[in-house]
Design a protein around this ligand. Structure first.
Ligand code: URA
Length: 322
């Protein structure tokens, strides 16, 4: 017997409680599998051991707070099955307030809402095809268009614009979130600790940084390594789009939540997106976890290794079909 409930109500209560427990268990298993990369091959030895405590090239720049990139979003608190059961049986006396969207911290929620606002307001979205006439002739042309950019507030704190690096005719492009302190100093993307891990990941793909193209969603460092804000993303987006139009990669790899959500203008958590092919204007996109996240959560490297193997397979089959 459940206090306060008749036999029919108690049966419904038990069923709802079981369903709820099963749903929570499933959510946990999906998140764990996403991060562990179940069933995939071991991570290549040369990037398995990289960790924040591993010796690195001396870093003379000011330490920054770690990025929040890819931190698993908090699991929402369990709904009260008794209340749900009662509501199912006797109806709701008061209209219940809309439930807060799960999987988003307040900061992420407002960023994501603003991203979806962008999706409505901004220029052509990820599914729009850009006319050939709008394709820039070269990366140098895009760099000239960007100029000494002051289009958003990030220019105030930057040391250097971090435009992009690598082969502008590569079949493979990596897109990160935005420069950190090291990149801001160097004017080159992914040169800090996370960048060194990315370089090893690229090496494990039997590539070098020189034969892929690496860029970021925003080209100036957000202060304190915070997420770029929607207006900053919107100001930079046309230049990233042009860079992609120049490179015309066969595959884009987005690194982490911010890059994935901003490029694709979606709000799906990265733990659900990673490893699943997406599309950006006809170009296959493989979302994966950010190397900075891997530094803090080394077991997640297996998931990334699984994702980049998918990318290698796709590039190989493209080459064979070409
Ligand atoms: N993280 C990024 O997302 N981009 C960089 O260039 C460096 C760190």
């Amino acid at each position: 017997m459940i206090e306060g409930l008749g036999p029919d109500e108690a049966r419904v209560f038990m069923r709802l409680a079981l369903l709820d427990a099963a749903r929570q268990l499933r959510q946990q298993l999906v998140a764990q599998a996403a991060l562990a990369g179940n069933g995939c091959e071991p991570v290549p030895a040369d990037w398995a051991g990289i960790s924040p405590s591993a010796p690195q090239t001396p870093n003379t720049t000011r330490p920054s707070p770690p990025r929040t990139t890819d931190a698993p979003t908090p699991v929402p608190s369990a709904p009260n099955p008794a209340a749900e059961a009662r509501r199912a049986i006797v109806g709701d006396v008061k209209k219940s307030a809309p439930r807060a969207r799960p999987n988003a911290t307040p900061n992420q929620a407002s960023t994501l809402d603003a991203f979806s606002q962008l999706a409505r307001d901004a220029g052509p979205g990820p599914s729009a095809q850009i006319p050939e006439s709008e394709r820039p002739k070269s990366m140098a042309e895009v760099r000239t268009l960007l100029g000494d950019c002051t289009r958003c507030k990030l220019h105030q704190g930057r040391t250097n614009i971090v435009f992009g690096v690598g082969d502008p005719t590569s079949d493979l492009m990596f897109i990160g979130e935005g420069p950190g302190a090291d990149e801001d100093q160097a004017g080159v993307p992914f040169v800090g600790k996370a960048g060194q891990l990315l370089t090893r990941i690229i090496g494990a793909m039997e590539r070098t940084r020189d034969d892929v193209y690496v860029a970021n969603i925003v080209k100036c460092r957000p202060p304190g390594n915070r997420d770029p804000e929607p207006d900053e993303v919107a100001s930079c987006e046309p230049f990233l789009t042009k860079q992609i139009l120049v490179v015309q990669p066969k595959v884009i790899v987005t690194l982490g939540r911010v890059a994935t959500q901003a490029l694709l203008r979606i709000r799906t958590p990265i733990t659900r997106m990673r490893g699943h092919w997406q599309d950006y204007r006809g170009i296959p996109v493989m979302p994966t976890l950010h190397p900075a996240y891997l530094l803090r959560h080394p077991p997640a490297k297996r998931a990334v290794w699984q994702d980049v193997q998918e990318v290698m397979k796709r590039l190989q089959s493209d080459q064979q079909g070409a």
